[in-house]
Design a protein around this ligand. Structure first.
Ligand SMILES: NC(=O)c1ccc[n+]([C@@H]2O[C@H](COP(=O)([O-])OP(=O)(O)OC[C@H]3O[C@@H](n4cnc5c(N)ncnc54)[C@H](OP(=O)(O)O)[C@@H]3O)[C@@H](O)[C@H]2O)c1
Length: 308
């Protein structure tokens, strides 16, 4: 039985439009940048190496590393000015943390007001040292979200040339539908937690909606924050991952990423590793095409039971 076939090029699923014409299928996220212990020059080197691997899209948020992440990335970009024109930047706004960096915040909350969105983008641009974001995401659905206000903010930012495209993160289908109903441009992405340890979006309509509206799903924590790497975990999923990876001649992590890439909605994994060896290995998962039954074997192991 042929379990998988290797292909030399990655085919874009027919019904899925890319985030933008040149955004890469695999994205690198900087949420953990403070843990990497890298100098600005080393981060610039990592970005440069990612470009060589075909990753040109990088994910941050205003709040990452207690509001320091965008400045850390900005400092890296400052050391090698040729990088800015070669990369695509995604940032997010809408979460307000209690932090010394934001002394007026008394309680953690969400803020999707027009003023907050516009001010947050201005801040992101300054911290990153760039003139434009390629994609801005509303980080989490806000119960006080006024879709008309967000539409105004998006229109203003687009008009000013500060943001190219817009999307959401962690939105359920009805929340995305509401926002989309007030916009005169299509939302481009919904960045959601998807992995073999987080299956909700397969069954709650989120990925169906992405396919229907041609919104690109971006998978955050595609290795469940590293938990899928733990070979010593005595679970059915862990044993199945190890066995199948061994049979297919790939690593567990590559298999976990290939499982996401196999979905017809065109999931784009947002990797969180700061190690080039790991990033290189995961990019190679694009060359693995999983057989449908292997995909279901992993789903069954992840669910803990066969499909009905
Ligand atoms: N929109 C949202 O609400 C949201 C929430 C959370 C995160 N995000 C985005 O998603 C990105 C990724 O999240 P994540 O960091 O949790 O992703 P992840 O890829 O699931 O986990 C990355 C972690 O796994 C570890 N790891 C262990 N073995 C690995 C291997 N063989 N290959 C690769 N990684 C391995 C990495 O360590 P090493 O560095 O040692 O490789 C790193 O600590 C973030 O950077 C952020 O941009 C978005």
């Amino acid at each position: 039985m042929v379990l998988m076939e290797r292909t030399t090029r990655q085919r874009q699923p027919k019904n899925v439009q890319p985030m933008s014409t040149s955004g890469s299928r695999v994205i690198l996220g900087f949420w953990r940048i403070a843990q990497w212990g890298m100098s600005a020059e080393q981060v610039a080197g990592l970005i440069s190496a990612c470009l060589d691997l075909g990753i040109n899209t990088f994910d941050v948020a205003d709040i990452y590393c207690d509001y320091q992440c965008e400045s850390m990335l900005g400092a890296a970009l400052q050391t090698n000015s040729s990088l800015k024109s070669r990369i695509k930047l995604i940032s997010k706004c809408g979460i307000a943390l209690v932090s010394p960096a934001r002394p007026t915040h008394r309680v953690k909350h969400y803020n999707t007001s027009r003023e907050h969105i516009v001010a947050s983008v201005d801040n992101s641009l300054t911290s990153l040292g760039v003139e434009r974001l390629d994609l801005l995401l509303i980080h989490r659905p806000d119960p006080l979200m006024n879709a008309d206000e967000i539409a105004d903010a998006f229109g203003e930012l687009k008009q000013a040339g500060k943001v190219e495209g817009f999307g959401v993160s962690n939105f359920l289908p009805h929340q995305l539908e509401l926002l989309q109903s007030r916009l005169d441009m299509p939302l481009r992405a919904n960045q959601i937690e998807i992995s073999l340890l987080r299956l909700n979006s397969l069954f709650d309509g989120t990925l169906d909606q992405c396919q229907r509206l041609r919104v690109t799903p971006q998978a955050w924590s595609p290795l469940a924050g590293g938990a899928l790497s733990n070979q010593h975990e005595e679970t059915h999923l862990s044993r199945t991952l190890s066995r199948l990876a061994n049979e297919l001649g790939v690593t567990r992590e590559q298999l976990a990423i290939a499982w996401l890439l196999r979905h017809p909605a065109g999931i784009r994994p947002v990797l969180g590793s700061g190690k080039l060896t790991h990033i290189r290995e995961l990019v190679e998962a694009q060359n693995i095409q999983l057989d449908r039954q292997v995909w279901y074997e992993l789903l069954e192991a992840a669910m803990g039971q066969p499909v009905p």
